[in-house]
Ligand binder design. Sequence first.
Ligand code: GDP
Ligand code: IMO
Ligand code: MG
Length: 431
Amino acid sequence: MANVVVVGAQWGDEGKGKIVDWLSERADVIARFQGGHNAGHTLVIDGKVYKLNALPSGVVRGGKLSVIGNGVVLDPWHLVREIAAIRDQGVEITPETLMIAENTPLILPIHGELDRAREEAASAGTKIGTTGRGIGPAYEDKVGRRSVRVADLADATTLASRVDRALQHHNPLRRGLGIAEVDRDALIAQLNEIAQQILPYAAPVWKVLNEQRKSGKRILFEGAQGALLDIDFGTYPFVTSSNVIAGQAATGVGIGPGSIDYVLGIVKAYTTRVGEGPFPTELTDADGQRLGERGREFGTVTGRKRRCGWFDAALLRQTCATSGMNGIALTKLDVLDGFETLKVCVAYDLDGERLDYLPTAAEQQRRCVPVYEELPGWSESTEGARSWADLPANAIKYVRRVEELIECPVALLSTSPEREDTILVTDPFAD
Ligand code: GDP
Ligand code: IMO
Ligand code: MG
């Protein structure tokens, strides 16, 4: 029985939420395995818009098991608010349909404060442009072995000692940054209060998922962010603080790597990036503005305008390799409607040398000049197309050339934000 991992193949916001929601019809379990509420996944179903940060995009469909895995960092207060908001939209969420791994580290208010204080203190050129939601500091505490984890919420004595351990590290750091020390008792009281709302969802996720797998259930893994924001393979240091590439799916819930049968990369038909950092094909001209307007490129989490640019096949070849993509879902093809010509980056020029990949050093990444290939655009509309037959010849040519350049086939095509405006080429769940 096939299990599918969905990962972003660029800098995030490729349309993972829409594709995971669409694919979730074919799955039994939908699991998040990294990241936190820095993610913003938007689904549109019959005109109704759902915005999800920490909850897996499978929750909206109903009748499926949604899982928050140990690879995630979880802000329990945010989760409770998100559950309330999504319930208000008519979605049922219960401990039968949502499960949180007991070994998930928590994001505490001190993490967000530290994240924002560091960004404010950073000098020009060193700001990362984080979402300010405490993701980086929470992962630092995880590897520093001073996290409060979901399981710790069950016992007041353990909880207090975990908080004390974290504060031994955080108070000196806060003094150095000029932030007031933490009110220990207030933080412990806050945690004891939220515990009652989180613990009903807590479970040994590794065990449940291994059992589900053995009984032939299909698992859909939902990645957040995108390969170029990966802590190891992204445009470091302008990245997020987790591994976001497909290999993380196994570690992030506690199943073996052999359980992953298909890796689907989500790829926008052009490129966007939120926050700071190198972006070789970025456009600051009218074409960039047009992509941003037609694609409604504003961040869901922070409301920031996304930077826009041409499609970068050199980067895609790289991210298809690091995640081992079996196929891609090409999204937002409709945003390219009406361009006379389209450019696609096929390589970089670095000081007169031609490179077929993005070098590792940030300073070299900044100096990479894209080598473009031009393709003819199309004047017809592809918006809402649901079959190949609905696509103009030049749009098909564009898709075919993308496949050739990135050496990976298109399994799905998306032509609008709506769930059903999706063209299936190859079913990732097919055995
Ligand atoms: P994610 O973070 O990868 O889930 O992506 P986001 O939800 O942050 O951003 C993608 C945006 O594009 C959302 O507003 C989607 O509703 C929208 N979207 C998804 N697929 C398409 C598409 O094929 N065409 C258009 N025009 N919009 C799309
Ligand atoms: P989804 O899942 C786009 C970016 C931030 C910043 C960097 C580090 O919606 O694709 P962080 O708060 O993670 O420490 O910020 O990563 N970033 C995203 N950009 N989409 C996302 O998620 C992102 N999550 C983080 O803008 O540049
Ligand atoms: Mg997003």
